[in-house]
Design a protein around this ligand. Structure first.
Ligand SMILES: Nc1ncnc2c1ncn2[C@@H]1O[C@H](COP(=O)(O)OP(=O)(O)O)[C@@H](O)[C@H]1O
Ligand SMILES: [Mg+2]
Length: 251
């Protein structure tokens, strides 16, 4: 195993001086307003935190500043049916590593459907020799369940030497598939890949060579898995489910 030690993206810095107003989205979000610098782990950086804390906004801006389509897909995808992205990326200074990634994917759960449609569209155009869908496992992503479609994309389309930005990839995956995803992440990391993953899943958060950054109303905070709110709640549930349920239903 030769873990690579440099990252494709080393850190980002928010250029506070040029922000016109902190009253409007996305700068009104506390974690964004308080963002100064965020450095990434060369292997996996997890972005965690409660709903509405700004994880998707931050991931999207990172992805756009690396050249991804705001709607998601690989670095070559240029379709857009979507223009509600924020201009946060205009205010980020991105510090990249020496090496350039040869592969990449930005997954947003809510627009994965459009990525699937775009692949069908590309494959229906005459003249292309190799079907795009073949690198995604060969079966139309529309003819698979959400979880299967994402899983086959992840298993087949991600090639290594890449930067992968995933927004709540666990949404469609069973716990078993989430564990399989960890093994695949490990393979891809051994093939010089870097991941940035927003997640609520303690299973998915458990890749050892990683950094966990929690977005809170008081700013960004580095955490261990055991310190995250997500882990603590699951632990409470598994340690004493009856007590937790009693507490929830009787107070
Ligand atoms: N396009 C938008 N315009 C205005 N507000 C938005 C937009 N997208 C998200 N928000 C708001 O910004 C906050 C953070 O959203 P988001 O980044 O999606 O959070 P998370 O992914 O952590 O759940 C939320 O309060 C949300 O309502
Ligand atoms: Mg989100």
């Amino acid at each position: 195993m030769d873990f690579f030690t440099d990252a494709y993206i080393r850190r980002i810095h928010l250029r506070h001086d040029s922000i016109p107003s902190f009253k409007q989205y996305p700068f009104s979000i506390p974690s964004i307003r308080l963002l100064d610098e965020l450095s990434f782990h060369p292997h996996v950086t997890y972005i965690v935190g409660e709903n509405g804390m700004g994880k998707s906004t931050l991931l999207e801006a990172i992805a756009i500043s690396l050249g991804f389509n705001p709607e998601g897909g690989s670095l070559n995808f240029r379709f857009s049916t979507y223009d509600s992205f924020s201009d946060l990326s205009d205010y980020l200074r991105v510090i990249k590593g020496v090496n350039k990634p040869r592969d990449g994917f930005f997954l947003r759960a809510e627009s994965f459907y459009n990525v699937a449609s775009n692949i069908e569209q590309l494959d229906s155009e005459p003249g292309s020799s190799r079907r795009v869908i073949d690198s995604y496992g060969g079966v139309s992503l529309h003819n698979q369940s959400h979880g299967e479609a994402f899983f086959s994309t992840f298993m087949n389309r991600f090639e290594g030497n890449g930067i992968y930005i995933l927004d709540e990839p666990e949404a469609a995956l069973s716990p078993l598939r989430q564990l399989s995803m960890l093994s695949r992440i490990h393979e891809l990391i051994n093939q010089h890949s870097q991941f940035i993953i927003a997640t609520h899943s303690p299973l998915l958060m458990s890749y050892p060579s990683s950094k966990i950054v929690e977005l809170t109303n008081d700013g960004l905070k580095e955490s261990t898995l055991e310190e995250t709110g997500h882990y603590k709640i699951m632990k409470q549930f598994f340690d004493d489910k009856d007590r937790l349920i009693h507490h929830l239903l009787n107070d």
